[in-house]
Design a binder for this molecule. Structure first.
Ligand code: DLL
Length: 433
């Protein structure tokens, strides 16, 4: 099967715009009438629901920020009575209260349909065995994928996280053909499979990876080691969870399901960037009932791709996420994304794919950036000269991409912590006492 919901996936542009407008009007009215926060914000901006007459009018609506979710903890932004909400999820965040989101029965149905679209899009179906190696708790990644996989009739292995050797054993014993986890955990699984010399016992053919930024070189690496096609999966709990945008078999940008979400990619002044330009992704839900969200500033940086995709789907696409605006490190005035470092590190065979970025401020109050990498066993000759050469090689490669000199620290293989979920790649000690 090529499409899960062909009517919506391949809808002509004019019809799609019409559908979006009808749904936008409904969403704006629902938020205005049922959520005091939105009613207040819209009134402050002098807008009533009937002022939304075209899709262009959306840009007159105020933005919603993560802080607004926290301020309305836990259920203040729900647009339906609690009795209509059948599930909640939450995102822990690094500080303060978590952000809580809710779903009605219809919302859950839409969510699993969107996952089913994505899974069908990458060629999965009834005959597949799908290992869901992410956390099954309040995190949206576990249950989000779970019901999509069931919907397409594939067999799910709800392995959750934990015990890497056990995960690999399940993959072999159950004949797993598709794997879902974070890209950093996939690298760890791949590394462990290689060390145990069991890669040829795996029947994997598809990997769905997301929940954190990863680079195109990491994709190549995972595809090579695990002998799979690896697809980028983007989503965020505030807007639904996984499934918001996903790559198709062309692997040329992520399809963002325009019949359910309205996409803007904005520059620093809040203006829409032109096709191919970088900006912040801002999303408006068009069908959500329990937790509609208007002009949500995701903080994620991407490019808008509007050209036709040869897979036949007519949605807008976004490029691989370049990181979060707040992930971007500014080191001596130069912008550095951890994903740029990852791109360099995974290409160098003498070091593993794992790395850590440590930021310090020296006595002269200048920022120092250290990239800690692990040397592979094969590359370790015991000769100091070889180590110094390797260190310089990594520093040069990083400089050519980042335009800034870094200190490279070589460490023993396994010394950088492996994670099952989202990895923490940056340690910023610049403001530490
Ligand atoms: O991470 C939902 C998800 C689960 C997506 C499983 C994909 C797979 P949150 O925990 O709310 O939700 O985190 C959302 O993670 O704003 C991005 O910064 C980042 N993120 C998610 N997917 C990608 C991706 C889930 N493919 C936040 N590439 C988002 C880069 C991603 N960053």
């Amino acid at each position: 099967m090529k499409y899960w919901q062909p009517k919506y996936e391949t809808m002509g542009h004019a019809e799609l715009k019409e559908l979006q407008l009808t749904r936008l009007k409904k969403t704006v009215a629902a938020t205005y009438n049922n959520v005091p926060f939105y009613a207040r914000r819209f009134k402050e901006a002098g807008i009533r629901p009937e002022d939304i007459r075209s899709l262009d009018d959306l840009k007159n609506l105020p933005f919603t920020y993560k802080a607004d979710l926290r301020d309305n903890y836990p259920f203040g932004l729900f647009a339906v009575p609690k009795s209509e909400v059948v599930r909640i999820h939450a995102s822990s965040g690094t500080s303060g209260k978590p952000t809580v989101v809710g779903y009605t029965k219809n919302d859950l149905e839409t969510w699993s349909d969107l996952l089913a679209r994505n899974l069908t899009m990458v060629g999965l179906g009834k005959d597949d065995v799908f290992q869901n190696a992410v956390n099954y708790g309040l995190f949206t990644g576990g249950l989000g994928f779970h019901y999509g996989v069931e919907k397409i009739g594939a067999m799910i292995v709800p392995s959750g996280t934990g015990s890497t050797t056990r995960q690999l054993e399940m993959m072999i014993d159950f004949g797993v053909t598709a794997l879902h986890c974070t890209p950093s955990y996939a690298l760890y699984l791949a590394e462990t499979a290689r060390e145990m010399d069991i890669v040829d016992k795996l029947s994997l053919r598809v990997g769905c990876f997301g929940a954190e930024p990863w680079s195109s070189n990491t994709r190549k690496q995972l595809e090579k080691i695990l002998n799979i096609k690896a697809y980028d999966s983007y989503g965020l709990s505030e807007v639904m969870g996984p499934g918001v945008a996903f790559e198709c078999e062309e692997q040329d940008g992520l399809h963002l399901w325009s019949d359910h979400f309205f996409v803007e990619v904005l520059d620093e002044n809040g203006e829409q960037v032109s096709e191919g330009e970088k900006g912040e992704l801002v999303l408006t839900s068009l069908t959500k009932e329990a937790f509609p969200i208007v002009r949500y500033r995701t903080g994620d940086i991407t490019r808008l791709l509007e050209s036709e995709c040869s897979c036949g789907r007519t949605t807008v696409r976004i490029s691989r996420l370049l990181g979060r605006a707040d992930d971007m490190l500014i080191v001596r005035g130069i912008n550095v994304f951890p994903s740029q470092i990852e791109d360099v590190v995974v290409k160098i065979p003498e070091i593993t794919e794992h790395f850590q970025v440590i930021l310090d401020r020296n006595k002269k109050m200048l920022d120092e950036i250290t990239v800690k990498v692990e040397i592979t066993e094969n590359a370790f000759t015991g000769e100091l000269r070889d180590l110094a050469e390797l260190q310089k090689h990594v520093e040069d490669e990083l400089q050519s991409v980042l335009n800034i000199r870094t200190n490279v620290e070589l460490a023993e293989k396994g010394s950088i912590p492996r994670t099952e979920g989202k990895s923490k790649k940056v340690i910023d000690r610049r403001n530490a006492l």
